[in-house]
Design a protein around this ligand. Structure first.
Ligand code: NAD
Length: 358
């Protein structure tokens, strides 16, 4: 198969982990007889420097004309004091919107060999395997009005939590579909005891459940969910929730695996292409030092193979290679324990390539 991939390295270690990933993908393509063509484009701080625009129109165009998009990370201290329209994160929010990526998938998979790096007890996190599905283009981050105004004679600020039924339905349906492919359990997280938008959410989930008789459904209030994810994460299979709740829960869940450098993510819409990026940021503290762990980006590319290209076997081969490398004890600095040998980004990449060939 021939596939065109738009590559958005972004800023900081984004460049390093993206480079590692294309090297790995090229080896995989060679093994399976595929051809991946990369189109590089700018986003975030580097795009601001070049074009005074965190998301130049050429970048959007390139993404729309690709089969998949790989994104490193954006941001850094250099742009922290820029006015709000010229911030690197605007590039990220903009591309999600331009591609209509309404669903964000974050798998949290515990590697047995790494559970010592988690701040939680080994027996709690051993073999944890859950998927958080977060609504990405609606809810309180986008609701209008969002403004400052005078209220009762003093300054006040206002955000609006709004969900249309159709927005809820499309993400919830994704949740049921995903649960069908996994362990057949869906947990829908809301705040229906307080919020009207959550009561519509819950009603909609119940309606869609009729189409999925084999999937076990439970509703959970977000405060309880935050507690349960830390207390007993193995009770979860697929968790579906709105934008803000998902933002917070997925970061909490990220600590189950012990390192941000391990977590992949995918953002998908109704039409291709999906956007695949690690959960971590641009890590300015280690930028350019060859210390970045490339595994989250590499695992994100495995999600691209699976969800955008339908290359299930190739995705599995890549996931297995990452898992084998960890089981063999290879570590970058962020996941190494005291006394363990620390590999550079390039050395870790080489280990993944060696594991692919096995
Ligand atoms: P960060 O994820 O960049 O870094 C947090 C810590 O984890 C740092 O100590 C870093 O060295 C370490 N780390 C992260 N990824 C790593 C990896 N792959 N290998 C080894 N160590 C890794 O978060 P931050 O420091 O809060 O943010 C830095 C910048 O990144 C900010 O400008 C922020 O806005 C941006 N950011 C971007 C994204 C994104 O592009 N999706 C996400 C989060 C933060």
């Amino acid at each position: 198969m021939n596939k065109t991939i738009t590559v958005l390295p972004g800023d900081g270690i984004g460049l390093e982990v993206v480079k590692a990933t294309t090297v790995v993908l090229d080896k995989l393509a060679e093994l399976y007889g595929h051809q991946f063509e990369y189109k590089y484009a700018d986003i975030g701080g580097s795009a601001i420097d070049k074009y005074e625009d965190p998301l130049p129109p050429e970048t959007v165009e390139s993404c729309k004309n690709s089969d998949g998009v790989l994104l490193g990370a954006v941001g850094g201290p250099k742009w922290d004091n820029h006015p709000s329209g010229l911030r690197p994160e605007q590039g990220l929010l903009g591309i999600r919107k331009a591609l209509q990526l309404f669903a964000n998938l974050r798998p949290v998979t515990g590697h047995e060999s790494l559970t010592d790096s988690s701040s939680l007890k080994k027996e709690v996190v051993d073999n944890v395997d859950l998927m958080i599905l977060r609504e990405l283009t609606g809810g309180i981050y986008f609701g209008k009005p969002q403004e400052r105004r005078q209220m009762d004679g003093e300054e006040a600020a206002l955000d609006t939590m709004v969900y249309k039924k159709s927005e809820i339905a499309r993400i919830v349906r994704q949740g049921f579909e995903m649960a069908k492919l996994r362990r057949q359990k869906l947990t829908s997280v809301d705040k229906a005891n307080v919020l009207e938008s959550s009561r519509l959410w819950r009603e909609t989930v119940e309606e869609i459940k009729q189409d999925y008789p084999d999937v076990e459904l439970e509703h959970m209030l977000v405060d309880n969910a935050a507690m349960q994810i830390i207390r007993d994460p193995k009770q979860f299979d697929v968790v579906v929730t709105g934008n803000m709740f998902g933002d917070i829960l997925s970061d909490a869940a990220s600590m189950l695996t012990g390192s941000l450098g391990m977590l992949p993510s995918a953002s998908i819409g109704e039409q291709a292409p999906g956007l695949y990026e690690p959960v971590h940021g641009s890590a300015p503290d280690i930028e350019g030092q060859g210390k970045a762990n490339p595994l989250a980006m590499i695992s994100s590319s495995a999600m691209m193979l699976k969800y955008s290209f339908g290359m299930l076997e190739e995705a599995e081969t890549l996931d297995r290679a990452v898992s084998d490398v960890l089981s063999a004890g290879h570590r970058t600095g962020d996941i190494a324990k005291e006394g363990e040998t620390i590999l550079s980004t390039d050395e870790m990449t080489e280990k993944v390539i060696e594991a692919l060939k096995k």
